[in-house]
Design a protein around this ligand. Structure first.
Ligand code: HEM
Length: 439
């Protein structure tokens, strides 16, 4: 049978921007929203000497999430394997990936996390009290408070303040470099400073894992002990230390940078809106450690505020993919090995879905229901964010404790903008002092 000849995918450079590819250097220099408007949900860009196929809009989310096995995560997410090993969930495919997700489930299911709500609240409360009146960076505060909370709940490990600092430095530099060009990233992952932090983090977790195994069948009362049991059971008792270290790392540290970013960006918007602040404080009157134990139904405005933070500040707005199985999208062919940029949060900024998309408007979530396919902050389908439940427990607790009990005296200007070019995460730290509110 003759093969159908399919049309060429439109080109960002030739059909939209009208310039040569060499002028593009950084991820955030692309104007994907305008390109989507002009070219539609599929076009190519030249980036770092390679062709990438950009997929965006509701159509792209539908196809990408309905057929997860058409992607080759092993190739696209190799930086995670380089640092965390070949049993690390993010870079796995197909059956082994599903098995790993099953092993990790008792660590991350809402039922396993919800029981820690009062303890997480206690940690946030005491860390806020510790820094009351002191100059602090919000991003640092959130990351260290959340890591500390994890170390007392989902994976119980005594972590000194110094150790928390090293864990944060490692996570931030590891994740930051995943989007770098390969030779630069390889050099960084081999650098003395990075290896020193990595050894510190991995050795500490390896000791913890060994100690847990030595104590079996006695189990610690945390989420990690359940994950450990399931993994050992699936491996017929064989110990792959790096696999278990990677699992422990997920519970203790992974994703805290993203949660911190959302909180930081969101808090800046809340603080800039006196009416919203007043409404949230009113809703939070009587807030206590057990308040969220049965969900957020009693706090609709806070819930809506968090949904709006997730919409406007998706910390990972685009996802790199490699095609595993050829497929057609909107009549265009994608071949095995093609590199794809799945712009899964592009619908967040389309006015036909979210009216006035560049305005921070939590009330929209109280007035309207939005389709799941238009919400890409945590990705979707089989590789949907493993830590979503944890992030959605951490965020309301952090905001409730701050808004109910403190004013923030800012000592730096907020300089946070939604990236109109829709390219890279929006990060802009602020510093200030939390000052106890008189009630
Ligand atoms: C607001 C905070 C967070 C955001 C915006 C976020 C975002 C994402 C996104 C977009 C993905 C999909 C990646 C892909 O498909 O390639 C993802 C996956 C993942 N996230 Fe998160 N994340 C957050 C918090 C967390 C936390 C707290 C943890 C861990 C405790 C975590 C662990 C993971 C893991 C392990 C994956 C890979 C899952 C898999 O491949 O099966 N994330 N996250």
């Amino acid at each position: 049978m003759p093969t159908k000849s399919l049309p060429e995918i439109p080109s960002y450079e030739l059909d939209f921007a009208g310039y040569s590819a060499s002028e593009e250097t950084e991820l955030d220099s692309f104007d994907h929203l305008s390109a989507y408007r002009k070219l539609g949900p599929i076009y190519t860009v030249q980036f770092r000497g390679e062709k990438w196929i950009c997929l965006g809009g509701m159509e792209a989310n539908d196809v990408a999430w309905r057929n997860p096995d058409m992607w080759d995560y092993h190739s696209a997410l190799s930086p995670f394997r380089d640092v965390m090993g070949d049993r690390h969930v993010t870079q796995m495919d197909g059956k082994p990936h599903r098995r790993k997700r099953r092993q990790l489930k008792p660590g991350f299911a809402m039922s396993a996390i919800g029981r820690w709500i009062p303890s997480i609240d206690g940690v946030l409360k005491s860390r806020l009290a510790d820094i009351e009146g002191q100059q602090t960076s919000l991003a640092d505060f959130f990351m260290s408070a959340l890591t500390c909370a994890n170390s007392k709940t989902v994976l119980q490990a005594p972590l000194s303040e110094e150790a928390i600092k090293v864990f944060i430095r490692f996570e931030e530099s590891f994740i930051g470099a995943t989007v770098w060009e390969k030779s630069r990233r390889d050099a960084f992952y081999a650098s003395e400073a990075f290896l020193a932090d990595k050894n510190f983090v991995f050795n500490l977790l390896a000791e913890l894992v060994k100690e847990r195994i030595a104590r079996l069948p006695e189990k610690a009362e945390d989420n990690f002990s359940e994950v450990l049991s399931l993994t050992l059971e699936d491996n017929d008792g064989q110990v792959d230390l790096q696999e278990l270290v990677s699992e422990a790392y997920l519970l203790l540290m992974a994703g805290t940078g993203n949660t911190a970013k959302l909180l930081n960006c969101g808090l800046q918007h809340i603080l800039a809106d006196d009416d919203l602040q007043a409404e949230l404080r009113k809703e939070l009157e009587g807030y206590g450690p057990e308040s969220f134990a049965r969900g957020m139904e009693a706090f609709p405005k806070l819930k809506a505020t968090i949904m709006e933070i997730e919409r406007m500040f998706p910390a990972a707005p685009v996802l790199a993919r490699t095609v595993a199985t050829p497929f057609e999208f909107m009549g265009y062919p994608l071949e095995k090995g093609d590199k794809v940029l799945h712009m899964q949060t592009l619908p967040h900024f389309l006015e036909e879905i979210y009216e006035d998309p560049y305005t921070f408007k939590p009330a929209r979530w109280l007035e309207k229901k939005y389709p799941k396919k238009s919400q890409g902050t945590f990705g979707g389908s089989t590789h949907i964010c493993l830590g979503m439940n944890l992030a959605r427990v951490h965020m309301p607790i952090a905001l409730a404790n701050i808004l109910a009990n403190y004013d923030l005296e800012q000592t730096s200007e907020s300089d946070i903008k939604v990236n109109l070019n829709y390219g890279v995460p929006q990060v802009s730290d602020i510093s200030g002092r939390f000052v106890a509110r008189s009630k």
